[in-house]
Design a protein around this ligand. Structure first.
Ligand SMILES: [Zn+2]
Length: 351
């Protein structure tokens, strides 16, 4: 097996390996992986997403995290074939601009992230939606292998989703698969997106925490004690899991309600699309999945038209899935409207 961990100099004279970098730019962390053929991770680095300083600071931190991951893989940044960036939000593929990125401070205004990162690294950069790239990674290398159609549900701070239909990621007009903003309850709770009754307004970790804070004034709960004990400033997926294990009734009730909302969304999507599988990932999906996946399936069954429900599975690539998927950006068909490569860097001009 090729060892990708030796210093780049050791390979001088030999053929350059086909390595790519993928960046998962999220609200709390920047995760970078360097992948070789077959999406094998040969180096990685992560740091917290800067909370202030604007887009320039985000570009600086993305660039230095890519450099760290490349160093960990033993390759020069110039040897990277491409850098893919997955970001949560809508992306203008013609200009490389992130239009609106949820949960990342400093990216609330349109910003040409693709060209900015490409200019710093001197490597072609491609942008994509974070959930779309994670679903594509599961399709090619994870739990989605072997299915012609599946629904990916990423249950975390928000509830993201992506659809594979007839073997391809369904793009729609660019944003297909938003399972988190399917209505679970008409006239229900206000969602961050402005609509009412969305699945995310009941199941997203952000919404769950806001609800838990209100409940804590009325009922006893260990959620916030556990949070402080673990040195966290928010209710992480791990905190929710521990509260459940401790028999906390607020955690149990809110998560049951969350699963009910997920069931409405997933069951309705399955009825509409008749997919072969439902793949559940994300922070909460990963932590609660092993015990709660069957509850999600049961809740979805109540809203599924067919007697035979699809296979319910957990995502396989874990929290690296987004970055692995981002590293595949730019390697797919050029006609993919959601993927655009920004080759502004000097090395790209030299080609
Ligand atoms: Zn919504």
């Amino acid at each position: 097996m090729e060892c990708a961990c030796k210093p780049a100099g050791a390979r001088r004279g030999g053929p350059a390996p086909s390595v790519r970098a993928g960046v998962d730019l999220g609200g709390t962390k920047i995760q970078v992986v360097v992948t070789a053929k077959g999406a094998r991770v040969v180096g990685q680095a992560r740091r917290n997403t800067p909370l202030r300083g604007g887009p320039e600071v985000i570009v600086r931190d993305v660039v230095s995290t890519v450099r760290e991951a490349a160093a960990a893989a033993g390759v020069d940044v110039g040897e990277l074939q491409s850098v893919g960036v997955g970001a949560p939000g809508s992306i203008d593929t013609t200009t490389g601009t992130v239009i609106q990125v949820a949960n990342v401070a400093g990216l609330d205004e349109p910003f040409p992230l693709g060209p900015a990162v490409a200019a710093e690294l001197g490597v072609p950069v491609a942008l994509g939606n974070d959930v779309s790239v994670a679903v594509e990674a599961e399709r090619r290398y994870g739990a989605g292998r072997g299915y012609r159609s599946f629904l990916g549900v990423f249950w975390g701070t928000g509830v993201g989703g992506g659809l594979v239909v007839d073997g391809r990621l369904l793009l729609g007009r660019g944003s297909a698969g938003e399972i988190g903003h399917v209505c679970a309850k008409p006239g229900g709770r206000r969602c961050n997106c402005g609509l009412r009754g969305c699945v995310e307004a009941y199941a997203g970790r952000g919404a769950l925490e806001a609800r838990a804070r209100r409940e804590a004034r009325k009922r006893k709960t260990v959620l916030f004690d556990l949070m402080r004990k673990r040195g966290r400033d928010q209710l992480t997926s791990g905190v929710w899991l521990r509260a459940l294990d401790a028999g906390d009734l607020v955690a149990r009730d809110l998560l049951r309600e969350a699963v009910g909302a997920l069931g409405v969304g997933i069951g309705s999507a399955v009825t509409l699309l008749d997919v072969e599988a439902v793949i559940v990932g994300g922070g909460l999906g990963e932590r609660l999945g092993p015990t709660w996946l069957s509850r999600i399936e049961q809740a979805a069954r109540e809203h599924t038209f067919f007697r035979e429900t699809p296979v319910f599975k957990l995502a396989e690539l874990g929290d690296m899935g987004g970055a692995i998927g981002a590293s595949m950006l730019g390697s797919g068909p050029r006609s993919d409207p959601k993927v655009q490569t920004y080759a502004d860097g000097p090395s790209a001009r030299m080609r």
